[in-house]
Design a protein around this ligand. Structure first.
Ligand SMILES: [Fe+2]
Length: 481
């Protein structure tokens, strides 16, 4: 068990003459307003000799009320004598202190693993602080979790110049700690490959920055895979502390013979982590909620498909065809993700189409046709207020537009139809043709492919049909008729 070597009272609110009061083992300090106190706090609510802070030789810390007028309060409760642990709040009269383990390092018995408390912002020099603030503003502006993770790791790299680094987040659903962003890519697959999961878990449970200065000298680490195979020498794990506890950790390591991290780098990383944790916690919260909501919508879309045995599984098939087409068009990953979301939800507006129209086995009259066509605008209206689906909207609204301008609902033509909608139109038609209908069986894939090609330039964007041609073998393999 680590032994405290220092214990400090820090004024909760900074101001002039508000000194930090620290004791070490075997030491006591009388705190009061009078000038012969060991620690003078010039505050009217304090008695002349208000309280005594003591640390015993074994590191235990007590505070004792010396008969003050306004009392000693520990975590809000008035006490005459109380044992303290780091993190307690102590109020003397009206003056509040936070307590911590001071600037001194806390050494483990084997001396190789070193903890530091979270850096006090005041000890980070001014230039670093300014850089930190601009980074914080920048990361706060990031809306999506993955973008934010990558940006935070970019910054951590700049601060620590490690050989490898990662952000691990605790999965709120399972409680499991998982790497969410790593440098270089693929450096770690799971927590056990870190120089040590011991270091990461230790920093999370202690809520303190943990620095491994020489992994090879540490009995707990020297046999770890990362130490043996990757040659990790030094490592740092900085807990990300959210409002209700740890949400994950920033991790970095260096391989021999570059040496360890410097004190200033560690302090800077710790101060940075405090800002990053707030931003990441917010982003994670939104991300979880969005994901939950999106999955609910997708479940609804599947339920709508399932109303009709002929369209069961339609949204999922359209999604996979659309993603293959988007890939064949060399769209970047971000676009492919949007196409994926859009595919799952493109027909969600059918929730507003009554069964007697949706499931009618015979030809539709003009009024019924208008009702069924309204599914694109119903879907658009349903989703338009959801910021995380905004990019998918053009495909939801526009997947029945035609290249020649004779589609619906807006009769857009050519490039005025959003690319995602043009892709969705081909994917949607491919599935419609290769699925059975009440009035016909599924068309053979050859025939469906022929029709798609024949309609390039009239119904479909020729560029999407070219992509279809390039990806035809892959698409054929996906179609089960
Ligand atoms: Fe549709």
């Amino acid at each position: 068990m680590a032994v405290l070597k220092e214990f400090c009272f820090r004024p909760a609110v900074d101001g002039p003459n508000k000194t930090v009061i620290c004791v070490s083992p075997g030491q006591s300090k009388v705190i009061g307003r009078s000038s012969d106190s060991d620690a003078v706090v010039d505050e009217p609510s304090l008695s002349r000799q208000h309280a005594k802070l003591s640390m015993a030789a074994d590191g235990s810390v007590t505070v004792e009320d010396l008969g003050s007028t306004n009392g000693v309060f520990v975590n809000g409760t008035q006490r005459r004598v109380a044992t303290l642990v780091p993190g307690d709040t102590v109020r003397l009269g009206a003056f509040e202190f936070k307590t911590d383990t001071g600037r001194s390092r806390v050494e483990f018995p084997d001396g190789s693993m070193v903890r530091r408390r979270q850096a006090d912002r005041a000890i980070v020099d001014r230039a670093a602080l300014e850089a930190l603030l601009s980074t914080s503003r920048e990361i706060m502006a990031f809306g999506d979790l993955q973008g934010l993770l990558d940006r935070v790791l970019d910054r951590l790299q700049a601060i620590l110049t490690p050989d490898r680094s990662a952000i691990l987040l605790i999965d709120p659903a399972t409680g499991e700690l998982r790497p969410r962003s790593v440098r270089p890519a693929g450096a770690y697959q799971n927590v056990s490959q870190f120089a040590s999961s011991t270091a990461v878990l230790e920093s999370l449970s202690s809520r303190e920055v943990l620095v491994v200065e020489d992994a090879k000298a540490d009995a707990r680490l020297r046999d770890a895979v990362s130490v043996v195979q990757a040659g990790v020498q030094s490592a740092i794990s900085v807990p990300l502390l959210g409002r209700s506890g740890p949400i994950g950790a920033l991790y970095a390591d260096r391989t021999a013979p570059r040496g360890g991290f410097e004190g200033q780098q560690i302090d800077y990383a710790a101060a940075f982590a405090a800002h990053a944790a707030a931003a990441l916690e917010t982003a994670q919260l939104y991300d979880d909620r969005e994901q939950h909501f999106r999955l609910t919508l997708e479940a609804l879309a599947k339920a709508i498909d399932a109303r009709d045995k002929y369209t069961a599984g339609h949204s999922e098939r359209v999604t996979s065809y659309a993603v293959v087409l988007a890939t064949a068009m060399k769209l970047p990953e971000g676009d492919r993700d949007v196409v994926h979301r859009a595919g799952m939800l493109h027909d969600i507006g059918k929730v507003g189409v009554p069964d007697h129209v949706l499931l009618k086995p015979a030809a539709l009259d003009p009024a019924e046709r208008a009702i069924i066509e309204s599914h694109v605008t119903i879907g658009y209206e349903m989703l338009k207020e959801l910021p995380f689906l905004r990019e998918a909207l053009p495909a939801v609204r526009g997947h029945h537009e035609r290249w020649d301008g004779r589609g619906y609902p807006d009769r857009l033509a050519g490039g005025n139809i959003h690319l995602y909608a043009r892709i969705m139109a081909v994917a949607d038609s491919l599935d419609a043709m290769t699925s059975a209908r009440p009035y016909r069986g599924a068309l053979p894939v050859d025939e469906a492919a022929r029709r798609l090609r024949a309609d390039a330039g009239t119904q479909f964007d020729p560029a999407v049909i070219e992509a279809f041609n390039r990806a035809e073998a892959e698409l054929r393999a996906m179609i089960t008729t």
